[in-house]
Design a protein around this ligand. Sequence first.
Ligand code: SF4
Ligand code: SF4
Length: 500
Amino acid sequence: MSESSWTQRHRPVVGMDVLRLPLLGGLLSGRYGRLSLQLLLGVGALALVIDGFVGPQLAARNLATVAPWVHLRGFAVLALLLAGNLFCMGCPFTLPRTLAKRLSRRGLRFPQRLRNKWLAIFSLFALFFAYEYLDLWASPWLTAWLIVGYFAASFLLEALFAESAFCKYVCPLGSFNMVYSTLSPTRIAVKSPSVCASCVGHECVNGSYAPQPTVRLDEIAIDGGDATRQLRVEHGPAGALGCGTELFAPQMRGNMDCTMCLDCVRACPHDNVSLFTRAPGAELSRADSWPRRWDLSLLVIALAFMGLSNAFGMIPPYYALQERLALDLGLSSEFLALLLIFGIGNLLLPLFAAVAAASLGRRLTRFSKRDSLRDTVAAFAPAFVPVGFGIWFAHYSFHLLVGPGLIVPVMQEFLGGVGDWQRWSFSLDANLIGLIQLLVLIAGFLWSLRLAQKTALRLYRRKALLGLLPWALVFLFMMLAAWQVFTLPMEMRGTLELFG
Ligand code: SF4
Ligand code: SF4
């Protein structure tokens, strides 16, 4: 590709460079910036594991249950909305990864058949199933094992494979964060595409580690013109890692698969990549942001439906449904009943909704010959992000706002003191929580509708309304179903013993 066509295709970004902000910029992009954050959260994870194994096995009094199931999830969705994928950025599970990554310099490639999002859909399904079936929210001991399992799986996959297979293909938390970070107001991008066009080593993705020190001279274009300057590039044993999820900075169009680790920033020898602000969700309204793949589309759509079923598992009709399944179908096994409910709600329903809406839209607009079913579903899949996020946000903020101060007495007791439960066991007004939930559900619905409208206009032009209609009905169903769920009494998991 010629330099000019490269420059045209990879336009420079226009947002504010976050890493140029005083203090914060230096802290984030510095060699030990992320490591400090990870170490902090790593110590936190260790505390959860210790309390989970040896602390009181009462969910509301144990760090292992209160911190992740009440607080962390609430803060994670808030961070996604206001800043970006901060959870993955500080993820302690990737701490042993750096060591594992060094070990696997020449590691295997992750199997071609698994280099997609099917495993991520499966692991999300498995996590939500285990959460419900094993009552993870009520068991500090099991939650501690889950954390240990996470560290082990992350280390093993990183040691075995050359890329960060765990983050990109397996981790359910990472998949959740990556999908919803597409709404975030920040993204990684290059400052000058012309510099990338003349870059030789592409260290942002390849890294700059070398067993023996090497020096290279790059002829880098100045401001896209013909003039160049020579830049010295050094590689060595202390070199930086390239992008673990194998994203190539100048070709990135959004946040999907980005863990916000900033390795690319540290690795680029030309200081040409950074974290920029952008319009929230900018990538969702662009046609070329995501590849048109069934696995990716269904991950996004299924995750939105999983938000519904996850909340449904906490209200009385769920238990009534289990009873009916036992009485009418003889499904007395809770395992099988849950498998049936989640199998339908989390996998079959989203698949059916997507295929039915796409088929109906193509038929109504008579565009079925031009666009394949897969391409139609892929075109509308990004529109599921806001409605899905609204449901998850309404759910997780409920738990957070019901007991925002609980972490304090739990921490006091973990440190050997006396928990000041009287002072910290307050809750936000139930009506206010309900109002917040309603507002985020409506906002998510309207945002999804707007995105789907843009897609329908792009695909069907004058017949856009007909093409939009089936998708709008799906979003409406999701929003109303979620509202119905949130208006019913919910189990106050992790806080029940204190407020019940
Ligand atoms: S290493 Fe830097 S200059 Fe080279 S391609 Fe990556 S972002 Fe561009
Ligand atoms: S190295 Fe990759 S995952 Fe990390 S911030 Fe850069 S693009 Fe994102």
